[in-house]
Write a protein that binds this ligand. Structure first.
Ligand code: FAD
Ligand code: SF4
Length: 456
């Protein structure tokens, strides 16, 4: 029997891609997709499906790819996942479906993510006949959670309005994840689909400021779904953090992805210098580092306090960053940022070593008492984010008891219900697990189901 090797998407040349935002990976060709699909054993008890947070019927869609029925394959995926083109590109499949694939035990798992992306890009959602039910729902935030809830609620006949604080839709998919990982055409297509089915999108409205939850209720919304994400950056709290040239990763990425600050013609300029330090080692840090390379910093460093083994970013992102020239300086903890004339000039780090494992199971970084100072013109802080408290605070001033935890995340039950009747939440602002695109999308679906049941 001839063994077929796992198919690899073609990647853009690693030197060329340092100066453009075009996708790094191309989609499978039709032939590659068929070959890859033919590797699947169509297991009776498919472990891959158990590894998928929304239980996509993986073997069934792969069989359709094998038979050349791409539209049918798309319909199978969209039964549980309305964003296959997005998830096929950004889901950490190596920790989810692919980590469970039986072929991975002795060899390489089926490339489920690449197949999902291929199917998503080459199939269309089934048109649903919408019968209005006379009820209306407000959705706060147009990210993954908001889009998926809007889709299901609209299909069920609700009048749906999404209120979005920014001037563009898509949430993190638009302002955070760079286009070289998620081309904007993919996102635009999903938003267009929502608009075509009658979902209203009102931009530049900050719920909690421009309009409150109480006012939305007074305007007659039968239910409100809060999915405002977790866009408030955590900073380091060290000396020099207020200097010009210090950015949170979210701000830096938003400036480039949303406001095109790297283009000379835009009103939001980005002063690109020689050297940038990215503080942190997660996926967001990799996105910031790879974006810094593309906007023209000559040397881009990932400064991380543990070793490469503990880097939380996806292996693929680390590989891509290295290929693009990002330098990894490990076992370095931030101490202070030094400035000159109000601008970042350098940054001092303590050199660390690894001690005993901490609560996360990873070995704890311990200071050695030795320090290193390096010159930088930009410091980009990527140490995580939390929820913005605007909505929660405004609810409080309106005497609405919206329960939150100590960090400000909205507390929900497994159905997406908050402590207030008719107000639901989900996604990064009310996480029930890892903060990922697929989990946010699943949260949107779950809340939509609860609202449909409650209002039917
Ligand atoms: P968001 O996408 O944050 O959307 C919330 C929306 O609400 C935003 O548009 C915001 O402007 C709007 N909003 C906020 N407050 C208000 C308000 N008061 N009124 C009106 N609108 C408001 N996950 C992965 O699975 N894979 C990845 O590769 C990956 N990479 C990432 C890279 C970056 C840079 C970042 C930041 C995150 C990444 N994630 C990744 C995480 C993932 O994108 C998120 O978990 C997911 O997109 C969250 O979706 P959401 O709908 O809950 O929130
Ligand atoms: Fe196919 Fe792997 Fe899933 Fe089995 S576990 S059905 S081989 S993708």
């Amino acid at each position: 029997m001839v063994m077929i090797e796992r198919q690899k998407p073609v990647e853009q040349d690693m030197v060329e891609r340092r100066s453009n935002f075009n996708p790094v990976e191309e989609n499978f060709t039709a032939e590659q997709a068929k070959l890859e699909a033919s590797r699947c054993l169509n297991c009776k008890n498919p472990m891959c499906k158990k590894g998928c947070p929304v239980s996509v019927n993986i073997p069934e869609f792969i069989q359709e790819v094998k038979n050349g029925n791409i539209q049918k394959a798309g319909e199978i995926i969209r039964e549980t996942n309305m964003l296959p083109s997005v998830c096929g590109r950004v889901c950490p499949q190596e920790r989810q479906c692919e980590s469970k694939c039986i072929l991975g035990i002795k060899g390489t798992p089926v490339a489920i993510g690449a197949l999902e992306r291929y199917v998503g890009d080459n199939s269309e959602p089934v048109e649903v006949k919408i019968t209005p039910n006379g009820k209306k729902v407000a959705i706060v935030g147009s990210g993954c959670a908001g889009m998926s809830a809007a889709n299901d609620l609209r299909n069920a006949g609700f009048e749906v309005t999404i209120f979005e604080a920014l001037h563009e839709t898509g949430g993190v998919l638009r302002y955070g994840i760079p286009p070289f990982r998620l081309p904007r055409t993919v996102l635009d297509r999903e938003i267009k689909g929502l608009k075509e089915k009658g979902v209203k999108i009102v931009k530049n409205v900050v719920v909690g400021k421009s309009i409150t939850l109480k006012q939305l209720k007074e305007e007659g919304y039968d239910a409100i779904f809060i999915c405002s994400g977790a866009g408030l950056p955590k900073m380091m709290g060290i000396k020099g953090e207020n200097l010009n040239g210090v950015y949170s990763a979210n701000e830096f990425l938003t400036r480039v992805n949303l406001m095109h600050a790297n283009e000379l013609t835009t009103p939001t300029p980005l002063k690109v210098g020689e050297k940038a330090a990215i503080i942190g080692g997660g996926n967001v840090a990799m996105d910031a580092a790879r974006t810094a390379v593309r906007v023209g910093y000559k040397e881009v460093y990932i400064m991380y306090r543990r070793t490469e083994e503990e880097l939380p970013a996806r292996k693929e992102e680390i590989r891509h960053a290295k290929e693009e020239g990002v330098i990894f300086k490990l076992l370095r903890a931030p101490v202070e940022i030094e400035g000159e004339g109000g601008l970042v000039k350098s940054m001092t780090f303590e050199i660390m070593e690894l001690g005993e494992p901490d609560a996360s199971g990873r070995r704890r970084p311990v200071g050695t008492g030795k320090y290193e100072t390096m010159d930088f013109d930009a410091v980009i802080v990527s140490l995580g984010t939390g929820p913005n408290p605007i909505i929660q605070d405004s609810a409080k001033s309106d005497n609405l008891e919206l329960n939150t935890d100590k960090k400000g995340y909205i507390i929900i039950n497994e159905k997406g219900e908050t402590s207030i009747n008719e107000i639901y939440a989900g996604g990064d602002v009310a996480p029930l697990g890892e903060s990922t695109a697929i989990n946010a999308m699943g949260a949107g679906k779950r809340a939509a189901k609860t609202i449909i049941e409650a209002l039917s």
